[in-house]
Design a protein around this ligand. Structure first.
Ligand code: MN
Length: 402
């Protein structure tokens, strides 16, 4: 009876399967055909006979996606089989180890530790030895994207959970994402697959964009989602669809606007004698101060700056910058100080970074002028908050040599 059912299922499918003429190895164990012949059919003819063969995603990628979905959802019994398949599809053993490490953060330590136990059995059976430390250089994350990401964490996480924010910056993005054992693109693919599988659509835009910035194509992203639907269920796949749609749309819009906006001209602000510069207002500066070569970038950029020249003894008032400030010392000898810190002497060629919201002042030393190029970003239209003047007593405190 069961043989009849099975052969019936196979003969029906033989007419519809894509590669009907090729004899296909069954993936579903016989028990599947005995208990749920329909599942046997969908397993062998649809999942492995069609989906796994679709060219929109390479078998290696499908293995990364599958192993991620299975580990992140805690389907321990399925891990060994798919780790074997992953090895057969060209995923290196140390990449599997790194995938597990990545998923410890995105789906929890227990899932990762269970995955290690199951994977070790496969490695033993295939005589794969202990993983060596990867000595390759750490991955350099894209600086501008990192700044935006860190600012978001500072805004949204740090006020409520400062330790989580600190660990996110130092460990998650400062260490894990920079490990060389898995390419940034594969790391993103693994993370995205896990997020879809565990049903975290609100986290997907960041990681889908990151994945596509790292080289995952739109077609591959859609195919990964389709693939995950089989391993985490249709609802998880469906919930991710509108999120991915939004990501595709915003990326398409960004590309379109980049292609249609006329290319703006470069700006050069010519050097002028210091004396022709704008005087620094007496409310915010003490002594003779001139600002030259002032510039402000075009939106959406929010950076700006200029050359500020201080006569000997001149300085700013105490102030803060919402997004910090960079000073490049052009000439002379200057002093900088944060509240509660020492006065630090700075000389031509030195670069000073003033972190966001740190109260400070900068200016010339008492006996020599100083000019610096100051660069800073504005937040909600503001780049500086002015405070009280630096008193003579504060200013005359002995500077520390660099
Ligand atoms: Mn400043």
């Amino acid at each position: 009876m069961k043989d009849i059912a099975a052969s019936l299922a196979v003969s029906v499918l033989a007419t519809t399967a894509v590669h009907a003429e090729e004899p296909r190895r069954r993936v579903a164990p016989p028990a599947v055909y005995e208990v749920a012949p329909g599942l046997g059919h969908f397993t062998d003819d649809v999942l492995f006979g069609e989906v796994w063969l679709r060219e929109a995603l390479k078998p290696r990628d499908r293995s990364l996606v599958t192993v991620s979905a299975i580990i992140s959802t805690g389907k321990t019994a399925q891990i060994a089989g798919h780790v074997r398949r992953a090895l057969d599809n060209g995923v290196a053993p140390d990449e599997i180890g790194e995938l597990i490490t990545q998923l410890a953060f995105y789906s929890g330590w227990p899932n990762a530790v269970s995955a290690v136990t199951e994977t070790k059995k496969v490695f033993d059976e295939r005589k794969i030895g202990a993983a060596a430390d990867n000595t390759a250089e750490r991955v350099q994350l894209e600086a501008a994207a990192e700044v935006a990401r860190a600012a978001l964490v500072a805004d949204t996480v740090a006020p409520t959970a400062p330790a989580l924010a600190e660990l996110t910056n130092r460990v998650l993005f400062g260490d894990l994402w920079r490990r060389p054992n898995l390419s940034p693109r594969d790391r993103s693919l693994v993370t995205m697959a896990a997020l879809i599988a565990i049903g975290q659509p609100e986290q997907i835009p960041f990681h889908a964009n990151r994945a596509m910035d790292n080289g995952l194509t739109r077609e591959e992203a859609a195919e990964a989602l389709t693939h995950v639907a089989f391993y985490a269920g249709w609802p998880r796949g469906m919930s991710a669809v509108p999120v991915l749609k939004q990501v595709f749309a915003s990326r398409a819009a960004a590309t379109a606007s980049a292609n249609t906006v006329p290319s703006p001209e470069l700006k050069v602000i010519r050097a002028e004698p210091v004396s022709t510069g704008t005087p620094g207002p007496a409310s915010n500066f003490a002594g003779e101060v001139r600002v030259n070569s002032r510039y402000a970038a075009d939106a959406p950029a929010r950076i700006g700056g200029g050359v500020v020249s201080f006569a000997a003894g001149a300085r700013t008032a105490w102030h803060t910058h919402p997004l910090g400030q960079t000073l490049f010392i052009v000439s002379g000898r200057g002093w900088v100080q944060k509240e509660g810190g020492p006065i630090i002497e700075v000389n031509p060629g030195d670069v000073v970074w003033i972190p966001p919201n740190v109260k400070h002042w900068h200016g010339a030393s008492a006996d020599a002028p100083m000019s610096h190029f100051a660069i800073l970003e504005s937040l909600n239209g503001s780049s500086v908050t002015w405070m009280e003047q630096v008193s003579e007593a504060q200013y005359r405190a002995a500077p520390r040599k660099p």
